[in-house]
Write a protein that binds this ligand. Structure first.
Ligand SMILES: *Cc1c(COP(=O)(O)O)cnc(C)c1O
Length: 346
């Protein structure tokens, strides 16, 4: 058996998604003439309550367009140490935009302490970069950031005149997890989260299962600025409608099923609990972290080799990450758990 739990980016388009891609009406999106791209942009903007949206090839480019549209040269954005837009994007805002980041440590639940945010906002003084933006991420490492916290942090940012950006690469995982708490619909929860922000980026190529693409949402003016950055970054795509059609299909058919991925992550966590040397975090969405502790740490390289030999793919060494998605099922998760159990029995 082969079980790929490295990331939810490994998902393959389903036959129904491929069929829709095949039929998608196409045009040249650089002339704003691709009907499928235009339809997707309107759909995601409306879903999340924004005036406009921009289809971009990657989540990284989406965040870059957002940061450079909110901030000018010499401005700064407040961000968490572990957020993608700070840690995992090659420092793009600094490299391409001369925009400084002000990273903060996360609290245990993934949030940034309100006092830390407030302390990081610089007064208008020639010594300091101009603090312009608060950037949050939800989910963060699979954690659902509590909604009341998001309301408080974004309100604080507004009081200080900052704009607010959400890296919602996995916004719909957050929305599905939040819906399980509130009893509301996942789309309603996604829109509620989005309503706290001036801009939101979402990935279609992760748990939603589309092959490529993200969208950046915001006001018409903001998206006009982002459009210019996208062009400079080389992200103006031509007959991109085939990709937009896949994303549109994902929005119609793959949101509610994210609950299945979350259930599979809990199933894997349960199957791994009680193994000596493993600390299994309780997953809130589709990402499970397992830490190797004590003597088990000495076996980490051997464990990774064992997993590879048995066809189970994950990331990490002392802190293993397993991500569930559209292309794994209960049998796959049970197999992965049995492979790990066997290793510690031997
Ligand atoms: C994956 C991811 C991105 C970037 O997406 P790419 O399409 O891989 O560039 C941005 N933010 C978060 C939180 C992500 O998980």
């Amino acid at each position: 058996m082969h079980v790929d739990l490295r990331s939810d980016t490994v998902t393959q388009p389903t036959p129904a998604m491929r069929a829709l891609m095949q039929e998608a009406p196409l045009g040249d999106d650089v002339f704003a003439g691709d009907p499928s791209v235009n339809a997707l942009q309107e759909k995601i903007a409306a879903m999340l309550g924004f005036e406009a949206a921009l289809f971009v090839p990657t989540g990284t480019q989406s965040n870059l367009c957002a940061l450079l549209s909110h901030c000018q040269r010499g401005d700064e954005f407040i961000v968490g140490q572990m957020q993608h837009s700070y840690r995992w994007e090659g420092g793009g805002a600094a490299v391409f935009g001369s925009v400084q980041s002000q990273p903060l440590e996360h609290q245990a639940d993934g949030s940034l302490a309100l006092a830390d945010i407030e302390a990081a906002i610089k007064p208008d003084d020639a010594h300091f970069a101009r603090t312009k933006l608060l950037a949050l991420e939800n989910t963060l490492g699979g954690k659902l950031i509590p909604f009341d916290y998001i309301q408080a942090a974004t309100a604080l940012a507004s009081q200080h005149g900052l704009s607010r950006h959400l890296d919602g690469a996995r916004l719909f995982n957050a929305a599905v997890a939040q819906a399980a708490i509130t009893g509301a619909d996942a789309r309603t929860e996604a829109a509620r989260i989005a309503s706290c922000f001036d801009s939101v980026s979402v990935c279609f190529s992760k748990g939603l299962g589309a092959p490529i693409g993200s969208a950046l949402c915001g006001s018409r003016d903001f998206i006009a600025r982002a459009h210019r950055i996208r062009k400079m970054a080389g992200g103006g795509m031509r007959q991109a409608g085939m990709l937009a059609a896949a994303a549109s299909y994902a929005l119609d058919h793959h949101i509610d099923r994210l609950a299945d991925d979350h259930a599979l992550a809990r199933r894997l966590a349960a199957a791994l609990s009680g193994i000596e040397g493993l600390t299994v975090e309780a997953p809130q969405t589709n990402i499970l972290f397992v830490d190797l502790t004590g003597a088990a740490r000495d076996k980490s390289a051997a464990l990774v080799q064992h997993l590879n030999d048995k066809g189970v793919q994950a990331t990490g060494l002392y802190r293993l990450r397993f991500v569930t998605h559209l292309n794994v099922d209960a049998a796959g998760v049970d197999y992965a758990a049995s492979v790990i159990r066997d290793f510690f029995k031997a």
